[in-house]
Design a protein around this ligand. Structure first.
Ligand SMILES: C[C@@]1(CC(=O)O)c2cc3[nH]c(cc4nc(cc5[nH]c(cc(n2)[C@H]1CCC(=O)O)[C@@](C)(CC(=O)O)[C@@H]5CCC(=O)O)C(CC(=O)O)=C4CCC(=O)O)c(CCC(=O)O)c3CC(=O)O
Ligand SMILES: NC(=O)C1=CN([C@@H]2O[C@H](COP(=O)(O)OP(=O)(O)OC[C@H]3O[C@@H](n4cnc5c(N)ncnc54)[C@H](O)[C@@H]3O)[C@@H](O)[C@H]2O)C=CC1
Length: 242
């Protein structure tokens, strides 16, 4: 059984081609556009939604059946036609040209599969079953959507900002690890996020300042002046929003 390798791919500005214009193709196209790809759809017919996207200039449409050579220059390809001969021909061309390929109804012809995802700002939780049960992936995604509420977007924004500031202000990696371990495991920053952005920001940064103060206290005792960097690095600009 193939054990798929999970990675996060940047497809911004990349040429991605979808062969087929049905319901499944539509789902894949939407997802490609959401991630900044330049999308071409090759299909004699299109769903209403795809037609509307063509009208709005969101994608290119070649109204034709697939022919060998049509995938040239593509970075990534979806084949969603329900026609095994077409899938096989596309697969041959993609393999020859080293193009990443997914055939939506033939897992054995897929270089990659698409997971169900929960997205909360920069947090992505992906669920895949190596093709065994997409429906179960979907159900687990619905459960995780409840578990990881919208406030995770704020929590991640805060942690990202604090991490940049800590990299500027706190010298030792062990101290930075302590900071985030305490904030995440003991101070339960995830739950703090439920109280709203304002409270989250105030309390988390108070915690940060107290942590730094305590490091300075240690400096005196241990005669070690290197744990806190000079303040000249300056606080992050968005820190004072609240
Ligand atoms: C291998 C893979 C290839 C790929 O597409 O990358 C694949 C293959 C196939 N799916 C089929 C059917 C269904 N797919 C869904 C839904 C999703 N399918 C997705 C991914 C994947 N589907 C990849 C593996 C993912 C994994 O490892 O788990 C999701 C997660 C992501 C997405 O597509 O965005 C998305 C849920 C998103 C969400 O809701 O969060 C539903 C449910 C529904 O429609 O609601 C059904 C009907 C019920 C069922 O069959 O389970 C069939 C036809 C079977 C047949 O003919 O009976 C095949 C072909 C086959 O298996 O042979
Ligand atoms: N991977 C997934 O998530 C899922 C996959 N499937 C499977 O995906 C396949 C496609 O499903 P639907 O989109 O519902 O089918 P559909 O019948 O709605 O669409 C097929 C599309 O392919 C086009 N087409 C046919 N021959 C072509 C060719 N030679 N070149 C270019 N385009 C061509 C048609 O004009 C049509 O637009 C089915 O086999 C289905 O079982 C179904 C559900 C989910």
């Amino acid at each position: 059984m193939t054990k798929y390798y999970p990675i996060m791919l940047n497809i911004e500005e990349k040429k991605c081609t979808v062969v087929g214009g049905g319901r499944v193709a539509e789902r894949k196209v939407k997802s490609l556009l959401e991630h900044g790809a330049v999308v071409t759809v090759m299909s004699p017919t299109l769903t209403d939604a795809l037609q509307e996207m063509v009208r709005q200039g969101q994608l290119l449409h070649h109204q034709k059946h697939y022919e060998t050579g049509d995938l040239r220059g593509s970075y990534l390809v979806y084949v969603a036609t329900d026609d095994l001969q077409v899938s096989q021909a596309c697969h041959e061309e993609a393999s020859r040209e080293n193009i990443l390929m997914n055939v939506v109804d033939v897992p054995r012809l897929c270089d990659f599969t698409v997971p169900a995802i929960v997205r909360r700002g920069p947090l992505t939780v992906a669920i895949a079953s190596d093709g065994k049960s997409p429906m179960l992936s979907r159900k687990i995604r619905e459960e995780l959507e409840k578990r990881f509420g919208q406030h995770y977007e704020d929590v991640l924004e805060l942690l990202g900002e604090m991490r940049v500031q800590a990299l500027n202000e706190i010298n030792e990696i062990e101290d930075r690890k302590q900071l985030f371990q305490q904030l995440i495991y003991e101070h339960d920053v995830e739950n703090l996020g439920k109280k709203g952005k304002e409270i989250l920001w105030r309390e988390a940064w108070q915690f940060y300042e107290a942590f730094k103060k305590q490091l300075k206290g240690c400096d005196k005792n241990e005669n070690n002046k290197n744990r806190i960097k000079s303040q000249s690095a300056g606080p992050s600009s968005s820190r004072n929003h609240y």
